[in-house]
Design a binder for this molecule. Sequence first.
Ligand code: KIV
Length: 282
Amino acid sequence: MSFHLRKWRAKFAAGERLVCITAYDLFTAHLAEACDPDLVLVGDSLANVVQGEVTTTPVTIEQMAYHGRIVKRALPERFVVVDMPFGTFKLTVEDTVRNGARLFQQSGADGIKLEGASEVNLTAISRLVEAGVPVMGHVGLQPQMVRVLGGYRRQGRSEDEAERIMWEAQALAEAGCFAVVLEMVDLELAARITRSLPVPTIGIGAGPGCAGQILVIHDLLGMLPGKVPSFVVKYAELLEVGREATRRWGEDVRQGSYPPAMTQGDGKALGKPRETEPAAGK
Ligand code: KIV
């Protein structure tokens, strides 16, 4: 068992709440590091928050591996997990196993995550775990299924849906997943699943009854314009802070106060702003 998995299991056994967060590049990896994360997920939310896509389906396995490598390079000591993107799993067991092993190897991450608990997924997960790949499950709202689900709505409100999600989470744990993400699952159901599972549940919009929590770092820190999901509490407005700084810099350049006077080592101040004159003919 890897060092990361041993630590992960020990913390869960000790009843500690697990802190998980997403990252996609050097900047977000260094921001993520500040919460002393138990797990850093290179989520396929990359499509939304980095690539500007409306859904997560366009992101490719090559792009996930590329961003996984960047985050792992930035955080070599952290437990880094990469999402399998749409179309690379669930279709056949063979493809799922081959793509899972490939993503694990090419990203250099410590594990992979995939959405759903179909028969194909469950068989492939057992084979991947047997082959040495730590796998994280994901049930409830599955963003890759949003076009079939008909929107981003809370999952597990009806008895049938609740029973299915409970079964899926348990089946994923039995197949060998080291954790199961519960996304936008009914809060009471999420707490029940958490109590019934031998591995941690990691909630996103699933309430305080989960064993740990995860958020998309751009939502947490206010890094993008527009709305964030209703369950997100923003801890900063980074976009505003950054915009204000760039606005001031632009103004300084226009007024000639940037760059400041400099020397070239001989003590003589250089760099008086260029005299600006109106263009000829004006
Ligand atoms: O893609 C992602 O970022 C995720 C988390 C939000 C759980 O799957």
